[in-house]
Design a protein around this ligand. Structure first.
Ligand code: ADP
Ligand code: MG
Length: 321
């Protein structure tokens, strides 16, 4: 790489602080974040490593954007406005010279989209795979964080955007789904429902971002809220590419609903607030689907077809271990 650690920080990371006082010019031992009166700090960390979360030959800017977006996605699911983030990098010694410029240009693009800045981080060399850890900070009004546990019986189950594209994009990259080239972008740089934030803050009782698959993440809300979810699978609309591969049988509905990495939101919204939520969120060009509801009962996902017949799924989602 040639550059020393401090030159690297000054050249590539300092511009990403946008001169914010909180970052102390990346010249001190830590950042100093200000929390406005009446707000709470919401904190989340996500680690991505080459070979597990992104393919080693993925463009550097998209690795950066995926790392940042998985973190921003957690903020949206909490109803928190992203504020700043810390960047931890473990860089293999043989990394390409073009990597850091590309990586940081990807971050700069997303800073503008999410109104966020870099407050600090850590950089180290590694004998293992490239690993990116981001810790993000967001702000919510005191007591207003949207938790997984807040759903009530009768709340409607809403989904932003569509799911399945990231799974199909990954399958395409692995050479298994030639017709899904259009989905690669969804895997590399998931399009977050960022404009849904105001709606989540105002109307959602519970929320989760879909990282492990719709079924598994819905189950997390069910467990935390101690409710059943009635999922109308026939009401779920997919992108035309995903619908196409479902129609040919190249992927199954179960694969699509248990595939991860879509970073859309699943929300519990009181029935009376659904139209308000949808109006607000669609004004920001985020699509919303009403795909079911929460009911009293043991924590479980009960899926059914258009005719009401139950649909059973064996695999609930992605797990690492
Ligand atoms: P220390 O030796 O105390 O761990 P470092 O030398 O690691 O401090 O870091 C010096 C400064 O550079 C700190 O302000 C740190 O936040 C910043 N920094 C280091 N790596 C990164 C990075 N990957 N992104 C942003 N800031 C970084
Ligand atoms: Mg350090």
């Amino acid at each position: 790489m040639g550059l020393g650690e401090f030159d690297m920080i000054a050249r590539y990371f300092l511009p990403l602080t946008h001169g914010r006082a909180e970052a102390c010019g990346l010249g001190d031992d830590a950042a100093v974040l200000d929390i406005p009166d009446g707000y709470e700090l919401v904190v989340s960390t996500d680690t991505l490593s080459a070979g597990s979360h992104f393919l080693p030959d993925q463009p550097a800017d998209t690795i950066a954007q995926k790392a940042l977006r998985t973190n921003v996605s957690d903020m949206l699911a909490m109803g928190a406005k992203p504020y700043a983030y810390q960047l931890g990098l473990a860089l293999p010694k043989d990394l390409d010279d073009g990597f850091l410029p590309g990586f940081c240009s990807g971050l700069a693009v997303d800073h503008a989209a999410f109104d966020i800045f870099l407050s600090g981080g850590d950089t180290t060399a590694t004998l293992g795979p490239l690993t990116v850890t981001i810790t993000i900070f967001g702000l919510v009004e005191k007591g207003r964080a949207v938790k997984r546990s807040g759903a009530k019986a009768g709340d409607q189950l809403l989904l932003t955007g569509v799911v399945g594209d990231a799974l199909c994009g990954l399958e395409h990259l692995r050479g298994r789904l030639p017709e899904a080239a259009l989905c690669v972008g969804a895997f590399h740089t998931p399009a977050l429902p960022f404009a849904a934030l105001g709606g989540v803050q105002r109307y959602a009782c519970a929320a989760i971002d879909i990282s492990d698959g719709l079924l598994a993440d819905l189950m997390h809300i069910c467990r935390a809220s101690n409710l059943s979810a009635q999922l109308r699978v026939s009401d779920i609309a997919f992108s035309s590419t995903v619908q196409g591969v479902l129609d040919t049988g190249a992927v199954t509905l179960e694969q699509v609903l248990s595939g991860g990495d879509d970073y859309q939101l699943l929300l519990a919204v009181p029935a009376d607030d659904v139209s308000g939520f949808i109006e607000l969120v669609q004004a920001g060009s985020v699509q919303v689907q009403n795909i079911g509801e929460f009911t009293d009962g043991a924590p479980q996902v009960q899926a059914s077809n258009a005719d009401g017949a139950p649909v059973y799924f064996e695999k609930m989602g992605w797990t690492h271990f």
